[in-house]
Design a protein around this ligand. Sequence first.
Ligand SMILES: [Zn+2]
Length: 260
Amino acid sequence: MVITGIVIPILIFIFGLCIGSFLNVCIYRLPAGKSIAFPPSHCPNCEAAIRIYDNIPVIGWLILKGRCRDCGTRISWRYPLVELLTGCFALCTCLKFGPTIEAAIYFAFIAVLIVITFIDIDHRIIPDRITLPGIPLAFAAALILPQMTWQASLLGILAGGGSLLVVAIGYTFITGKEGMGGGDIKLLALIGALCGWAGVLFTIFFGSVLGSVTGIATMRGSGQGTKLAIPFGPFLSVGTIGYIFFGPEMIHWYLSTMGK
Ligand SMILES: [Zn+2]
């Protein structure tokens, strides 16, 4: 079902921008073990509280021309980027799934993937604080999704957790580097809990292709031993988002093509 009219899509987009603003807080505070509720947003350099009108998603950053109003320190363009991304995904999930609980679940999941992606890029970790409580929550959410069963969700958790070995061997074979860490397994188990075993396979396939191509491109000069030259979480996240929007259609197309 496609939402008609222009007002509701705009409101959904603005709602997404506001959630994106909160995701920025999570991205910067969760890895540091800080509270995401307190204190209110402040400049990391001069500690001045961000005024409420400067804190408006995207627009605040544009008005300030990307600098703190008090000390002039640069504010990363990633803040508005994360807000815009989140706004776009809020809109896309609603257009794809209609105004349903399904859309809300997938949007919430994509929001979690956005946080994981940027934390992994910054710190090369995927916090247990997100993935461990996320797995049972995603399992519960999967019970609500019409196309999922608890069996598919459970198989997804097992497939996600158990696939580590296969992917690790494959990645090492292709790039000559150790590719996967413990955070990646828990992320895959989380993805499996919501998207089932088919979603996990889809994610691993596309994530590995994307990751390997990028890994090969950035291999030279990264003498980090067992540490991956690039974080893998973002590729898994992109693969999963691809599955949410196009996966079942692509699998159906593939199977029908194979059957001819
Ligand atoms: Zn400042």
